[in-house]
Design a protein around this ligand. Structure first.
Ligand SMILES: Nc1ncnc2c1ncn2[C@@H]1O[C@H](COP(=O)(O)OP(=O)(O)OP(=O)(O)O)[C@@H](O)[C@H]1O
Length: 556
């Protein structure tokens, strides 16, 4: 390790670390009581630690006088109370350790599943790339595990437990307590320095890990294209490079971790050695200075057993320090996911009649880009059909997505029967929708259609499939990439879903794209029939589809 490895963190990273700590404490605030219980169970470990040292001291302290007394029975009798205390303390230690582990892992499960529930809508918002969203929702949330189960409970214990143990030592020998306090200082400084080095390396390791998993996920998704363009070797090389980088970062983290544990072991061994030397010379009455306290054999063993315990919580904290770094590194990604999540749905609107839909001076802006739609106004009267036409990129899909909450309403309002749709109100329960790229889930074709109406009977599904011109076996399997369906069949799957769902609003986005003229012709009558009694908005490039509408609106 070079001098640059151990350096004070820059103010920006300090600031980021503070922001991460604030976010973490806000995210875990609802579980404060259970977190306190976990920390209390870790701190309670000092009781058996003192009990064991006392038991050992009592048992060994009783051996010498008992040996002077002939008869094995009397030795056994003298040793029994101390031995019982030591064994009882060991058992209690095991029980407390198990309880602390269980309590912390339950706490972690609760926090992680609540967080995933909260952040999942951000994954589907489409605002983050798949790999970013995946890394945050899976690895980011998992990265909090060590922080919750290890670092946080031990952090409190690392402050409280050594003080309690030193106080226990002070009861028997204030001078030994002084040695422990004195050696604690370099121990804490060593811990802080190695902690900083570990922090920087651990941050870099997390970034490398995120890069590798993002790259891997993207390449898996693009596998058909990679195979088609025979780019396997090039992509494998890229993944190998990212993987080597992760290995390099991991070995640096391990190097710092080994160095850190060597430093901490050195200081704790030094402290124990000093206590041992003091106790030994004190017992032999050979101290080169007037003895501040006169120790018995039992007391000396008590102090010797207690000394390593003083450093134990801090050694465990040092070992768990990278858990905090992993959590700190994950927080910005979790925050991005949180910000990507759309406003929480406060009310789902279930309409039982075809409403009048109004776009009142709406503006749609994605991120910092120029608005896609500006001050657009349109009313689709009750039960009527409007076709949106216009060149590619003029915002037809964006307008349809607005009603589904999939594109951002940056200005203006949407009115349902003249009533403004409030923020948090969700119209999707009242909408039957067929988009340009219908989502496919692994399962049968029947499972895929049933998504639109989970309670639908097989007969209803067969009817919807037939209407949409989806032929063949409904039991055939489809994979998550849509393997098993042609482009046209995938489009028909979307239509079958829209036909199946008995919703009063029908939204169709390019319903006949990818279909040959004869298939389009066959669908026209079905679309007309499906739109009857529903308020319908169709985005299309087809004159034949536009001709089905009561009104055609051209976007430019
Ligand atoms: N999620 C998104 N994030 C950023 N920009 C987007 C997003 N969705 C659409 N856009 C942009 O908005 C513009 C309008 O896209 P939209 O899909 O609404 O057009 P369209 O008229 O339906 O096009 P097409 O006829 O080709 O389907 C495009 O420039 C597109 O890049």
């Amino acid at each position: 390790m070079t001098a640059t490895d151990i350096q004070s963190p820059d103010p920006a990273s300090k600031e980021a670390s503070r922001a991460a700590a604030n976010w973490l404490s806000a995210a875990t605030a609802p579980w404060k009581k259970r977190a306190t219980l976990s920390a209390a169970l870790v701190i309670a470990d000092v009781v058996p630690a003192i009990g064991f040292a006392a038991g050992l001291g009592l048992a060994l302290g009783a051996i010498v006088p008992a040996l002077a007394d002939p008869g094995a029975a009397s030795v056994l009798k003298a040793v029994t109370p101390g031995a019982a205390l030591a064994v009882g303390s060991l058992l209690l230690r095991g029980v407390l350790g198990q309880a602390a582990t269980l309590s912390a892992s339950h706490l972690s499960q609760s926090i992680k599943s609540a967080l995933r529930g909260r952040l999942m809508s951000g994954v589907f918002s489409g605002k983050l790339s798949d790999s970013e969203a995946m890394a945050a929702a899976v690895e980011g949330v998992d990265a909090l595990d060590g922080f919750i189960t290890r670092f946080r409970p031990i952090k409190t214990a690392a402050v409280v437990s050594p003080l309690v143990l030193i106080a226990a030592a002070a009861v028997v020998s204030p001078f030994t307590a002084g040695i422990l306090v004195f050696t604690l200082l370099p121990f804490v400084i060593g811990m802080a320095l190695t902690g900083m080095a570990a922090a920087a390396e651990s941050r870099r390791q997390f970034v490398a890990m995120e890069r590798l998993s993002g790259l891997f996920l993207d390449r898996i998704r693009a596998l058909p294209a990679i195979l088609a363009f025979q780019s396997e070797t090039q992509q494998s090389r890229q993944i190998a490079r990212a993987s080597d980088e992760l290995a390099r970062r991991t070995s640096k983290v391990l190097k710092v971790a080994f160095l850190s544990s060597a430093i901490l072991e050195f200081f704790s061994a030094l402290a124990v050695a000093l206590v041992a030397v003091y106790c030994g010379f004190n017992l032999l009455r050979l101290l080169p200075f007037p003895a501040p306290d006169v120790l018995t054999l039992g007391q000396a063993f008590f102090l010797l057993a207690l000394a390593p315990e003083v450093y134990q919580p801090m050694r465990r904290l040092a070992a768990a320090y990278h858990d905090r770094q992993a959590a700190d590194s994950a927080v910005p990604h979790l925050q991005a996911l949180e910000q990507a999540a759309p406003a929480a749905v406060t009310r789902s609107i279930n309409l039982h009649h075809a409403p009048a839909l109004t776009f009142d001076k709406v503006t749609i802006t994605y991120g910092d880009a120029a608005p896609v739609i500006s001050d657009f106004s349109l009313t689709v009267p009750t039960g009527r059909t409007i076709a949106l036409i216009g060149a590619s990129g003029t915002g037809k899909s964006s307008l349809i997505h607005l009603l589904l909450g999939l594109s951002p309403l940056s200005g203006g309002q949407i009115l349902i029967d003249g009533e403004p749709l409030a923020s948090g109100e969700d119209l999707s329960a009242s909408i039957a929708y067929a988009g340009q790229a219908p989502m496919v889930i692994p399962g049968t074709l029947e499972d895929n259609i049933r998504i639109a109406l989970p309670q639908a009977s097989t007969r209803q599904i067969m009817e919807a499939a037939a209407k949409a011109g989806l032929r063949g076996d409904l039991a055939r399997n489809i994979d998550e990439r849509g393997g098993g369906l042609s482009g046209g069949e995938r489009r028909r799957l979307g239509l079958a879903r829209a036909f199946l769902k008995p919703a009063p609003i029908l939204l169709l986005d390019e319903p006949t794209a990818h279909l040959d003229a004869a298939s389009e012709q066959a669908l026209l009558a079905i679309i007309k029939q499906a739109s009857e009694g529903r308020t319908t908005l169709i985005a299309t490039h087809s004159d034949a589809v536009a001709a089905l509408a009561d009104t055609v609106v051209e976007l430019s």
